[in-house]
Write a protein that binds this ligand. Structure first.
Ligand SMILES: [Zn+2]
Length: 692
């Protein structure tokens, strides 16, 4: 019989404090101790790597390690825990050889005891009593592992508190992170938390309770407040004066927390790996103006969506959309993942497929930012996110729709301070832009801009308004939504829910002595009629119509109940437009096109101009296209057309008449762009033929 050395007594004592071995007898612990090997790791060394086969367990003798799990689709590294002396990692490896479920890295120089699976098995075969001692704890671990993220609920009003335990964490940390230490047994600290996924809170608490294994429990915000107002001061022996101080501090802390959250969303300095092309410069100065919603019913959704990686992910999605110049963001839950798509230059493309696990927190986060009710998941909702990037204000008009696999979120990017191009940079054809200038300088009448959705009508209208905007002109706009901010304009947003539609705003405008009125869209008889009346009573009116070409607008207006003679007298002109993708000028090459195509554009092999396309290069991400270019057709009313419109002439007759009068039609305009090497035959055909 060997006499126990001081060292082995110490080892037994140490092992006794390891939760996994807490039920073993000193004899068993000594036997176990003899099988352990000591390994030393320098700081920042990986002890086990996620995905590697599990062959042994580790018990931390001294030092500190970090446990991280990576989300495979987003690349977000989640800090799961920081573990210190007495903590064990990889104990499941002793039972199964399943791959490691997390990566463990040393934070400081760390000494660990390792026990290999084969040593463990031999030990159990030779000393069956050890198996019994381990069985219960291991069973608990298995249960915990299969339970996933089950965090139990706790009611603070029903617990008994030990002031020593509550006092483990300073009041500032308690108030900052809204948490209460409830119990501290065997290095396990039970922590009641309003937000149990707040990883920063874990770190902060561990700074005061070194090496503790934190066992979070959820408590409600209300419960926490009540606790801090009544139980905490008594428990900590605070007198009335200190309590008032505490209450003051409480509100102060809440404000600071809010401020911190705002900062967190504004710096966004940690790009998600899968968005590695996301530049930091776009992130700095990004400011989420939408205040965090105070009153939210579904607490668990809020807490999950406040988790820093989710906040960053949501921010990165917005930032990426801006960086890529996207017009729309689609977040689309599907059966096995969440598809994240961006519409850039009119084309919708998949950016990423995110993990299904991210769906609820991400969508909740976007809904919080949009001031939507996050507990409502069965009804469509509309909201808005306002942000600022380097003095540019950008709005996202957010819409949610309940779909089969969850809520689909679509966000329209509205760059309100977006660079408005002067008209001559939008309308490149010199003859056509001249017509436009002539029209917008008329004293009164209506200018209609037509084209399918997403054809750039609004941009044309704003550029036109920008052209005539000056301090001696009163310009009022009714919009849905307000897409650009123009200084000096009175811009009004429609609100269907309170009955504030285009017609109503328009009638109000007319009592406000306007010179120029913009009506976002003419889609009903009432709006159409008031616009015509406004034009006939001396106002310049800009509006959009949903028609294919300029001559066809008269038919549309007639369908809306406008008398032909009123149309003839109120209309200045009609702009029809399309948007085609612009050839990347960096990789532009000449191409041959076949005879049928040449014929379509009215050419033969002999008189055909050169045609171009983009070959694809770094600048255009291999697409061959960068940005877009508009195709225009402008019909300006003249006496002959007026007579024909008043007499109710058909669209075809009006078109012939306009073309004879020198109107450059969409096809001719497109031809002009192709000859300049600005767009391709394919783009023109897609935009003109299909929409005809
Ligand atoms: Zn290119």
């Amino acid at each position: 019989m060997s006499v126990a050395t001081t060292e082995s007594v110490q080892l037994v004592q140490f092992l006794k404090n390891v939760k996994l071995f807490s039920e073993l007898s000193p004899e068993s612990l000594a036997k176990l101790g003899s099988r352990l090997k000591t390994v030393e790791f320098p700081p920042s060394e990986v002890i086990v790597r996620e995905g590697a086969p599990g062959v042994s367990m580790y018990i931390i003798r001294s030092g500190l390690v970090e446990v991280r799990k990576k989300d495979p689709t987003t690349g977000i590294d989640f800090l799961v825990a920081q573990l210190g002396e007495g903590a064990a990692v990889g104990e499941m490896a002793l039972l199964t050889s399943r791959p490691r479920s997390a990566t463990v890295t040393t934070v400081q120089a760390t000494v660990v005891f390792t026990l290999t699976r084969s040593d463990f098995r031999n030990l159990l075969t030779q000393h069956p009593e050890i198996s019994l001692g381990l069985a219960r704890i291991l069973a608990e671990r298995v249960e915990e592992a299969t339970k996933h993220v089950g965090i139990d609920f706790i009611s603070l009003q029903k617990e008994n508190f030990d002031p020593k335990v509550v006092g483990l964490v300073p009041q500032t940390v308690i108030l900052l992170h809204r948490l209460i230490p409830v119990a501290y047994v065997n290095n396990a600290l039970t922590l009641a938390m309003v937000n149990p996924s707040n990883l920063v809170a874990f770190d902060d608490v561990r700074r005061y309770v070194k090496g503790a294994i934190i066992e979070p429990r959820i408590c409600t915000e209300d419960d926490f407040r009540k606790f801090m107002d009544s139980i905490y001061p008594q428990l900590m022996g605070l007198d009335k004066g200190q309590r008032t101080e505490l209450e003051k501090k409480n509100t102060e802390e809440r404000r600071e927390r809010k401020e911190e959250r705002r900062k967190q969303t504004s710096t966004m300095d940690v790009p998600v790996q899968s968005f590695e092309d996301l530049q930091n410069e776009i992130l700095t100065g990004m400011e989420v103006q939408s205040e965090e919603e105070e009153k939210v019913n579904a607490m668990e959704l809020t807490t999950a969506s406040e988790d820093a990686p989710v906040v960053r992910l949501a921010n990165n999605i917005l930032a990426l959309a801006i960086k890529k110049g996207a017009s729309d963001i689609h977040i689309e839950p599907q059966e096995k993942g969440v598809v994240f798509r961006l519409r850039v230059d009119g084309i919708l493309k998949v950016e990423n497929v995110l993990s299904k696990k991210i769906q609820l927190p991400l969508i909740s986060r976007l809904k919080i930012l949009s001031r939507l009710d996050i507990s409502e998941r069965r009804m469509p909702q509309d909201g808005r996110i306002s942000i600022k990037i380097n003095d540019r204000s950008i709005d996202f008009r957010v819409s949610t729709v309940p779909a089969k696999f969850g809520e689909k979120v679509v966000m329209r990017v509205l760059d309100k301070s977006g660079s408005l191009l002067p008209l001559d940079q939008l309308i490149l054809h010199p003859k056509v832009v001249d017509l436009m200038y002539r029209m917008i300088h008329q004293p009164y009448g209506i200018i209609y801009v037509t084209g399918p959705t997403g054809s750039g009508k609004t941009t044309t209208l704003y550029s036109a308004l920008n052209e005539i905007n000056s301090s001696d002109v009163n310009i009022s706009t009714a919009e849905d939504p307000v897409e650009y901010d123009l200084p000096g304009l009175c811009q009004v947003q429609t609100h269907k829910d309170i009955g504030l539609d285009f017609a109503r705003i328009l009638r109000a405008f007319l009592r406000q002595d306007p010179d120029v009125i913009l009506v976002g869209e003419t889609r009903d008889m009432e709006t159409a009629k008031i616009s015509v009346e406004a034009a006939l009573t001396g106002h310049l009116v800009f509006t959009t119509l949903h028609t294919n070409d300029a001559p066809g607008s008269f038919t549309r207006l007639q369908e809306m109940g406008i008398e032909p003679f009123l149309m003839a007298n109120s209309t200045i002109g009609i702009v029809a437009q399309r948007l085609a993708r612009r050839i990347c000028q960096n990789c532009k090459v000449q191409v041959e096109i076949d005879d049928t195509m040449l014929g379509f554009f009215g050419f033969t092999r002999e008189n055909a101009p050169p045609f171009f396309k983009g070959e694809g290069c770094d600048r255009c991400s291999g697409n061959g296209y960068r940005g877009r270019v508009a195709i225009y057709e402008i019909l300006v009313m003249n006496d002959e057309l007026k007579r024909a419109v008043a007499a109710g002439a058909k669209t075809d007759a009006l078109r012939d008449m306009a073309e004879k009068g020198g109107m450059v039609n969409l096809k001719e305009y497109a031809m002009f762009l192709m000859e300049k090497g600005l767009t391709t035959v394919e783009e023109v055909l897609t935009n003109l033929v299909i929409s005809d």
